[in-house]
Design a protein. Structure first.
Length: 684
């Protein structure tokens, strides 16, 4: 008996009221048994007690996070029941009592540590109650005005936090391809994996309050270069004992594989790193999106200039520089306040987990305010110089006569880098161009001022300007869309601007390249003399037969592209003109047949049909399909598919989540990879 004569108070059960809290905290989609709530917002618990609660009862709620909780670091909280806390502090109060039942409101501060919490109840000095399922997950809260990740737009929250499906944009600036990607942040095991990632790595608990520090750490943890993080990068075209980057359809299978193996997953490239980082950030409650920059500069020496070298045949020489311009590069934007910076830099921040260059000795990049990138304020943290160069560096083309000899500057281009910066539109399956968030309009006074400001800070004077006087106009045009397995035809247009004839040496080189501008093979060359009458135009056709490039497919089967570089040289007057064009290939489609609607828990059939019209036999062909809320990633071996062969596969689906669900289908083979399609079904 207690001093008051009452029977000792004991706890029978504790109910986290998961369904109610999940609805109030926008966490209903998480497929986890644990309560998942967001900071800065109270949640409810229901206690079944041995008797009615009295005013004399001393009930303490103990919360802990991490292995060695301490009150001084706020990893251990002792919260008295009925305590009226100050705003923004931990607190617990009785919301309702009914005989032996007591409903409690537990309040969390908007800057609480994000992580896995354990809960214990203590009554007096001699009784402790730990529920059977004693832990819950606390996330960032972009719905809370006092949280640093607060986002006021409800539609944007639906896209950047709650949407588990989307698109990543690839291809090149003239032909942008929409690649479906399943982010899968709510899938079973993903939340647990993200929490384990925080616990196991070099991220202190106090850093988990701060989305700036947390996101910077996660940009390093998504790649494996420094700390055995999630993904191993591989751009070689060969993927031993691992998965080709083009094979992945989403992030959840990567995260779950990482959790099961406790080692880095093989392999990723930029869109895979970005997709996984989007998943982790949305899972933890930080608004995030994958962003693609076309003609993306990789400036290795920080001088805001990308040097490109070609030989006398127009072939690009990769060995003469570590700089490059990728046809596309995918990174992330994350939304947060920046109290560590002067006022005005809140909002979208660029963040990149692809291991390109080290920052403070680690392969990490960002977060960097888009406003700082746009204005050329490269002195602001983090990695603003590198990110500014990615979207706004100058490209300088040099001609190399022969190894060891002097080089000649052919052209300086100010409006090549940073094109069509793209992300998925809010609430629509469309592309949104966000280039103007990153840079002022090309050719505008503001854009050049930003570049000069950045150059002055970087002490990058750059090479002298190219000659102003133009004697020749040079252009390239590809004839129609090119299907893989068909010839490639294009025309070289030359226009003499002088009042006298010109005799030129015309060279052209068609090279197979990966998306990050690494040359794999030269498939066609041209060199001839051309005379153009005064102020006249002429055209020179060039054709690449299918056999000339198909023989190289085994070496380059991810994001196959042809880059054609044309150079026109004249001795009298002495000048050099050059242009280039990127040509991508169209692939035959996968036909996806799905019912328009399906019932939750009721099986239906999906059918996938493909005809090989590529002009090349596809060996070791596989069909991969994934449908969040429908079924896990499945693989169908199709064997060798000769030219003209049709295959058809079926999959049985039993929906376990309602709403509009997406199925992604992808075909891989030894010669060709990344043929992708999607289909939708509404689950009621």
């Amino acid at each position: 008996m207690s001093k008051t004569g009452c029977k000792a108070l004991r706890v029978g059960t504790l109910d986290f009221l998961k369904g109610l809290n999940a609805k109030l905290h926008h966490t209903s989609d998480f497929l986890t048994a644990a309560l998942t709530v967001r900071r800065g917002q109270s949640f409810k618990m229901r206690l079944e007690l041995s008797r009615e609660l009295s005013p004399q009862d001393q009930v303490m709620i103990e919360l802990s996070v991490g292995d060695h909780p301490l009150q001084a670091k706020e990893t251990l909280m002792l919260i008295p029941l009925r305590h009226d806390s100050e705003p923004g502090r931990w607190g617990a109060s009785i919301a309702h009592t009914n005989d032996k039942q007591c409903e409690v409101d537990l309040r969390t501060p908007p800057n609480a540590i994000v992580g896995k919490y354990s809960l214990t109840l203590k009554i007096g000095d001699d009784y402790t109650y730990r529920p059977e399922h004693s832990h819950f997950y606390l996330l960032f809260n972009p719905w809370c005005k006092d949280d640093d990740v607060y986002l006021s737009d409800e539609n944007a929250l639906g896209e950047y936090v709650l949407s588990d499906m989307g698109y990543i944009y690839v291809g090149h600036s003239r032909e942008i391809i929409q690649r479906p990607w399943n982010f899968g942040q709510f899938e079973e095991g993903v939340l647990e994996m993200c929490m384990e990632l925080l616990d196991k790595r070099r991220l202190g608990h106090t850093a988990r309050r701060d989305p700036v520090r947390l996101s910077r750490a996660l940009s390093a943890l998504v790649n494996s270069n420094d700390d055995r993080g999630i993904l191993v990068g591989n751009w070689s075209g060969k993927y031993p004992q691992g998965t080709s980057p083009g094979k992945w359809t989403g992030s959840s299978s990567i995260l779950l594989q990482y959790g099961q193996s406790q080692g880095p997953v093989k392999y990723g490239q930029c869109w895979v790193f970005s997709g996984v980082l989007t998943t982790v950030m949305r899972c933890l409650g930080i608004p995030a999106r994958s962003v693609t920059n076309f003609n993306s500069a990789h400036d290795t020496d920080g001088n805001l200039t990308i040097d490109v070298y070609i030989n006398k045949n127009g072939e690009q020489l990769d060995t003469m520089t570590s700089d490059s311009i990728w046809n596309f590069h995918v990174w992330n934007d994350v939304w947060m306040k920046r109290p560590d910076l002067p006022e005005g830099y809140d909002g979208w921040q660029a963040l990149d987990s692809t291991p390109q260059e080290k920052s403070n000795g680690i392969f990490q990049c960002g977060p960097c305010p888009l406003k700082a990138i746009k204005q050329g304020l490269v002195y602001l943290v983090y990695d603003t110089t590198f990110l500014f160069a990615e979207v706004n560096a100058d490209r300088v083309l040099w001609k190399v006569e022969s190894p060891g000899e002097a080089v000649t500057m052919v052209k300086k281009q100010r409006q090549v880098v940073g094109k069509n910066i793209s992300t998925k539109a809010v609430g629509k399956d469309d592309r949104e161009d966000i280039t103007l968030l990153y840079k002022f309009p090309e050719g505008s006074v503001q854009e050049r001022e930003a570049f000069q400001k950045a150059s002055a800070i970087c002490s990058a004077a750059g090479p002298s300007e190219e000659p102003d006087e133009l004697q020749l106009e040079l252009g390239l045009e590809c004839v129609g869309p090119v299907s893989l397995g068909s010839p490639v035809s294009f025309s070289i247009f030359l226009s003499n601007l002088l009042p006298r004839p010109l005799t030129l040496t015309l060279t052209a080189a068609a090279q197979l390249q990966t998306y990050n501008a690494k040359t794999k093979a030269t498939v066609k060359s041209l060199r001839q003399k051309v005379t153009i009458e005064a102020e006249k135009c002429t055209s020179v056709p060039m054709k690449i037969e299918a056999a000339e490039y198909l023989s190289e497919l085994s070496e380059v089967n991810d994001n196959l592209l042809l880059k054609v570089t044309v150079m026109a040289e004249c001795d009298d007057p002495c000048f050099i003109c050059t242009e280039d064009i990127i040509i991508s290939f169209q692939y035959p489609p996968i036909t996806v047949d799905l019912p328009a609607t399906a019932k939750l828990g009721k099986q239906f059939t999906g059918t996938f049909t493909f005809k090989n019209t590529t002009g090349v036999a596809m060996d070791n062909c596989k069909l991969l399909v994934e449908g969040l809320g429908l079924f896990k990633l499945a693989t169908f071996d199709q064997g060798n598919i000769p030219v003209g062969r049709i295959f058809r596969s079926e999959i049985l689906c039993t929906p376990y989540r309602n709403g509009r669900r997406k199925i992604i289908a992808k075909i891989m083979s030894d010669q060709i990879s990344g043929i992708t399609a999607e289909g939708f079904v509404t689950v009621e």
